[in-house]
Design a protein around this ligand. Sequence first.
Ligand code: HEM
Length: 415
Amino acid sequence: MPFDARAFSFSNTSLVVDPYPVYAEIREREPIHHSRMYGGSWLLFSYQDAAALARDPRLTNNRATLPIMALPEHQRGEFDEFVTFLRMWTGFLEGEEHTVRRARMDEAFRVLTPSLVAEVVRGVVNGLIDGWDGRDQVDLVADFARPMPAMVLTTLIGAPQSDHEQLDRWSDDLVYLFGASALTVEDVRRGWAGGRALMAYLRELAADTGGLPHRGLLGELMAQRDGGFGFTAAEACAQCVMMMFAGIEPARHLIGNAMMALHRFPDQRRLLVDAPRLWPAAVEEFLRFDPPVQYIGRLAAESFTFRGHDFEKGQPVLPFIGSANRDPDQFTDPDVLDIRRRPRHLSLGGGAHRCIGAGVVRIQTAVALRTLLDRVPDIAVREDPPPKWNAYFGFHGLESLTVSTSHVERRTPRR
Ligand code: HEM
């Protein structure tokens, strides 16, 4: 039966598992697709359109009210404070308000030198692998990819690493509000409760940062500079909540998606073992091939016509990263994993809102996967039980991935 683009919906669970053949068909027939989702939205499937509109100033990222707007009007009133909190997030601001805060955040990220990030990741990853303790199979998600980015980011923020599980649970409840296709008032209550709990935790930590061995991102964000823009303590904490929201979930999915990609393309895995200098390029290709963030969310800030289509002010416009990255007009053999290409993918965004954690993610993914393959050289994806993909579209990745781990080497020397 021919595919009907009008059936494209985030609640279609077969899309979650393998959206790429469907993207290919829509790209061919209707690359600028009007969808009934969100009461009428525009989805962009070609590389050229997605790349152009991800940076277009006629679109805004001012989406702080999106989870609340999903509720019927009479239920929205109780969430005014939640919206005020979300409006503190730099990611949802635009223009000058965004520029000054983003510059201040970029400055804070400078304390995270590549060697510091690599050292933190290596410590976390080695500890997790040591914990496998002779088991001949593990769930690579539960026992590695899930805890790892939360442990790393907790440490980089300046919080005790042992608190990572609690922080991760609270941030999960918030993440759900921006990735699910339908929301209930209970979902929003749970998400806001997670946000409040994170803020209370970080406010306490902020009062205490002077006593920590290193100030971490939270301390850096609170530090005042002569003459420049400064965050209040509450704003600095809100940025850290935003980073946990934005940074943990996609980073864990990148690990699982990369393992699946290497499983499907064993020649590329062999190439990496023979030529470890290819690791940075391999991470770029993992990002292109199966990106954890499948689309970028924007709203039309004004009404305008794009390639003959009338976009109305306030309508959601979603550039599809997952489809753009497989566009044959941009990439040769796009469905093949080739770690030697230098892909200009869209997986970390572009323009003013490009990913602030891009440097961290690149190092984290390379160090984590390389350490894993070095220490567990025979690691292999098992068919039984089969890999389990998550159920919602916003973040694309695995809920569980059983791997055999017949032989674990002792820790490798630093590099
Ligand atoms: C594999 C991991 C990651 C992926 C795939 C990813 C992807 C993205 C993408 C596509 C955007 C652009 C969104 C847009 O244009 O609206 C973005 C923005 C952002 N990311 Fe990431 N991200 C990752 C990890 C991280 C990490 C580790 C952090 C924090 C340490 C982080 C913090 C942010 C923030 C704060 C923004 C908003 C920036 C702004 O609007 O100025 N991300 N990310």
